[in-house]
Design a binder for this molecule. Structure first.
Ligand SMILES: [Zn+2]
Length: 391
């Protein structure tokens, strides 16, 4: 045995002895034992229960008849549509806007499916159709690559409006997924689309446009990303790196379109994807009177900044529309009513045991009646053909 090892063993004996004496002294003097370290948990196991006791108003329905300008009933069966309308009745939603109309023969079919069973309860927007006469499976064959795509699409739009369409819908694929034959992303303000924006104005229908996504989706999925947990679950939602544009490039591209087409009404989906910076959004709204926004899937963002959001909602009450995305069950609608109508504090923005869009809770902004009426229905009635509320 080396003397070094012998030394270590001696040291170890002393340490054990010291620990034993320490334990004896602790027991003898009644001191607290070392606290047991709690189990280390993963972020997705965290389920904190708030200890706050503050007034709660679990509003079951909107205070005024409401138009939901952002829904997706495209794949619903007749029974599911009936159920959707039942929830609309209970929640005081007069009309839902389906953003799932497809240009061509499918359009009147979808329209009929919704409106014959439930007249007056739905209007339908038609989607920009990048495929056209091409083969859906072969993106090289799609109409979008034709330099005259805009004119052809404008004519399809006219046809859809003749069949009853109330607006044009764009998904975020323009700017994030649609690529030319060389694999380069089409810019949302590519001039080939101009005839479509122009025609929308001539037809007097709004363009409801989702361009971009939350700014956090464009940042690195690191421990500093405020939506890390969500991006960890959905890595496909990250637009960081590769050849994706910056968040602001998409915002700028759509703004250039809005500026070029002052006679066309734009409703920018999801608070124009800049709810994190309402001062910036206010600047755009001040500059472009044809720009509007809807709140779908952004209550989480708005409700974490109640002072700023309330000022914004009061100032721009004529420019904000109500929307949810998806086909919301009643439980998902309640946080919307609470956010807009109450002063409730620190409540979950979704009916989910885990906040899915950022680990925080939200606050109500207690809007006055006149602002609520505009946001719930006034603006939608003014901007969207075919939308009415019962007398
Ligand atoms: Zn949507």
């Amino acid at each position: 045995m080396t003397s070094h090892l012998a030394h270590l063993l001696r040291l170890r004996r002393w340490i054990l002895l010291a620990l034993a004496i320490g334990a004896f002294v602790t027991a003898a003097t009644g001191d607290e034992a070392e606290p047991e370290t709690p189990r280390r948990i993963y972020l997705d196991e965290f389920r904190p229960t708030s200890s706050l006791k503050t007034p709660q108003h679990l509003l079951e329905r909107a205070k005024y008849p409401c138009i939901n300008v952002h829904t997706h009933p495209g794949r619903l069966s007749d029974d599911e549509i009936d159920e959707m309308v039942r929830v609309m009745d209970e929640s005081n939603i007069a009309v839902s806007v389906s953003l799932d109309g497809r240009a061509g023969a499918a359009f009147p079919e979808h329209m009929k499916k919704l409106t014959t069973r439930h007249p007056g309860r739905f209007v339908v927007f038609v989607r920009m159709d990048f495929v056209g006469d091409g083969d859906r499976q072969e993106s090289d064959t799609w109409d979008i690559h034709d330099p005259d795509f805009g004119i052809a699409m404008a004519d399809r739009l006219t046809e859809a409006v003749r069949q009853g369409a109330s607006g044009l819908k764009l998904l975020k694929d323009l700017g994030l997924y649609q690529r030319d034959r060389d694999g380069k992303l089409y810019a949302p303000d590519d001039p080939r689309f101009d005839p479509v924006w122009k025609r929308s104005g001539e037809l007097n229908i709004p363009v409801l446009w989702h361009c971009g996504d939350p700014v956090a989706f464009f940042g690195e999925t690191s421990e500093k990303n405020e939506r890390w947990e969500e991006l960890y679950r959905h890595p496909e939602w990250s637009f960081h790196g590769k050849d994706f544009p910056e968040h602001q490039e998409l915002i700028d591209a759509r703004i250039r379109v809005i500026a070029r087409h002052p006679d066309t009404t734009f409703i920018c989906a999801h608070m124009a994807d800049i709810p994190e910076d309402l001062a910036k959004l206010a600047g755009y709204l001040d500059q472009y009177p044809n720009m509007n926004v809807e709140i779908a899937a952004r209550v989480a963002e708005l409700g974490r900044q109640p002072y700023t959001a309330r000022r914004f909602f009061l100032k721009y009450a004529d420019r904000i529309l109500f929307g949810t995305d998806g086909v919301p069950p009643k439980s998902e609608l309640i946080p919307h009513w609470r956010f807009l109508e109450t002063w409730d504090e620190y409540f979950p923005y979704e009916d989910n045991p885990f906040p899915p869009q950022g680990l925080w809770n939200i606050y109500g902004i207690g809007l006055p009646d006149d602002a609520l009426q505009k946001i719930y229905h006034g603006n939608a009635i003014r901007l969207i053909p075919g939308v009415t509320i019962p007398e």
